[in-house]
Design a protein around this ligand. Structure first.
Ligand SMILES: Nc1ncnc2c1ncn2[C@@H]1O[C@H](COP(=O)(O)OP(=O)(O)OP(=O)(O)O)[C@@H](O)[C@H]1O
Ligand SMILES: [Mg+2]
Length: 246
């Protein structure tokens, strides 16, 4: 991997001081890469993302963003440093229009708002026709697109997404992954947590398996997919190679 945009080592974090949920996990993602974190329910995946994003106090370890130590910065300072976070729920303002959501997403952008809005609409052309509609009227897939578009308004170097395809129909799952691949193609570092583990790994460069708040495995996505032991334990199926030879 080239120099990571975001790297985290030995992160310890949780909701009650002294009772960590994430117990020494580490992840890294480089420009243009998609990295997926998978793992069982309650493994601490969302907690890790929240800690990386600056929404939870980091009790141990180190987080570097573009080589700078951002371990203890609050979220708004991490955003200013180039990080964006798309939480699993509540990631758009449902009573505001699509356009208003994008403007809110870019409220820290001075002077360049118009250019950023044009970029957002160019990347997600389906949102153009809906710009005056309330976000609450969008389908699940469109809402997820808006959430990503809104996060991009600050032109981040790294985007963290918590289960971007949760609850979406298969066609929309594919669409979201295509959108994320396009985003990575523009040089953005993409780090996501996914329950659609196999589908996510198929479009990812690398992956991590988190269990019990710690790294259980990591490697190239294709290697994780082909690993029989991991497939049985974490992918809910046989490994890719086993499927192909069956
Ligand atoms: N706001 C919270 N306050 C206290 N404990 C929490 C909170 N959110 C999560 N937890 C606990 O932290 C642990 C890990 O939760 P987390 O949401 O990080 O898991 P996850 O890997 O994202 O799981 P899932 O696949 O279900 O989304 C769980 O035991 C959960 O009960
Ligand atoms: Mg979660």
């Amino acid at each position: 991997m080239t120099d990571p945009v975001l790297s985290a080592e030995a992160v310890v974090a949780g909701y009650v001081p002294g009772f960590p949920i994430v117990q020494g996990a580490g992840v890294a993602v480089a420009a243009g890469e998609i990295v997926t974190v998978i793992g069982p329910n309650g493994a601490g995946k969302s907690t890790l993302l929240k800690a990386l994003a600056g929404l939870l106090a980091v009790e141990g370890g180190r987080i570097l963003l573009g080589g700078r130590d951002v371990t203890h910065l609050p979220m708004h300072e991490k955003v200013a440093a180039g990080l964006a976070f798309v939480p699993q729920t509540g990631n758009v303002f449902t009573t505001l229009t699509i356009h208003e959501n994008l403007v809110v997403g870019g409220h820290t952008v001075r002077g360049e708002l118009r250019a950023r809005l044009e970029e957002a609409y160019a990347l997600f052309p389906d949102l153009v026709a809906k710009r005056a509609a309330r976000a609450g009227s969008l389908s699940g897939g469109q809402r997820q697109m808006l959430a990503v578009a809104r996060a991009l308004m600050t032109r981040p170097r790294v985007v963290l997404l918590d289960e971007p395809t949760a609850g979406l129909a298969p066609r929309m799952v594919a669409q979201v992954f295509t959108d994320l691949r396009r985003l990575a193609g523009k040089g953005v570092a993409v780090l996501m947590v996914e329950q659609n583990a196999k589908a996510a790994l198929r479009i990812s460069d690398r992956g991590y398996v988190l269990a019990g708040g710690r790294n259980h495995a990591s490697g190239r996505a294709a290697d994780l997919l082909a690993d029989r032991g991991l497939a049985e334990a974490f992918l809910g199926a046989r490994a890719e190679t086993a499927e192909r030879s069956a």
